[in-house]
Design a protein around this ligand. Structure first.
Ligand code: COA
Length: 181
């Protein structure tokens, strides 16, 4: 059987949501909303066999030196065949090619990530920026996921300069923005 890992397409979003949210009901991972899947679709890869969707995973850049593996999931009947590992390795290679120094994951299955040479770390040892999306998490006040980290290089954080947000007054008016198109 031919196994293929590829970037996700819009047509995969329903399969991704169905798989992740079915597993979330079993409380083995966090749920995703349709908006969070479709808005972040470019983070996602899928794994398929003979064209049949078997799993998904996402790599989300959280800061200049951190990317997070999220929503890694394999259909029940295909688990334990190395598909999860293949997807994680694909995303780790992608992180390397982007020049990202550290890959992290928050998980209930630390053993899976340990097989990939991740180590357990204290939540408090990670930079605050990696917790930005936690505000939207149903477990925000009682996070019980284990933080894991894989160090790919010693590259330090690249300090980005600029305002934290752009004041509305700095934006072009709709009329002048339209004129520029
Ligand atoms: C976790 C999950 C993605 C792993 O995918 P998989 O295809 O079943 O795992 P693989 O066959 O690739 O396993 C790779 C290695 O990890 C180990 N492993 C897999 N699941 C494990 C687990 N739950 N605990 C400990 N080790 C695990 C395997 O034994 C294997 O070890 P090996 O390299 O020595 O052979 C999959 O089981 C799954 O979808 N689980 C439910 C959702 C979930 O928990 N996702 C993680 C959210 S962060």
């Amino acid at each position: 059987m031919a196994t293929l890992i590829r970037k996700a397409r819009v047509a995969d979003s329903a399969s991704i949501l169905e798989l992740v949210n079915a597993l979330a009901k079993k409380e083995v991972m966090l749920p995703r909303s349709p908006a969070s899947v479709i808005e972040n679709l470019r983070d996602f890869i899928v794994i398929e066999e003979d064209g049949q969707f078997l799993g998904c995973a996402a790599l989300h850049i959280v800061w200049s030196d951190h990317a997070e593996i999220r929503s890694i999931a394999v259909k029940d009947h295909a688990q334990g065949r190395g598909l999860g590992k293949q997807m994680a390795e694909f995303l780790i290679t992608e992180a390397k090619s982007l020049g990202i120094a550290r890959v992290i994951a928050f998980t209930y299955v630390p053993g899976f990530f340990e097989r990939l040479k991740f180590e357990r770390v204290e939540h408090a040892s990670l930079p605050h920026k990696v917790f930005g999306d936690c505000l939207n998490c149903p477990k925000f006040h009682a996070c019980d996921e284990i933080a894991m980290r894989l160090v790919l290089s010693d590259e330090a954080e690249i300090h980005l300069r600029g305002p934290l947000s752009v004041p509305l007054s700095a934006l072009p008016s709709p009329r002048s923005a339209g004129a520029a198109l």
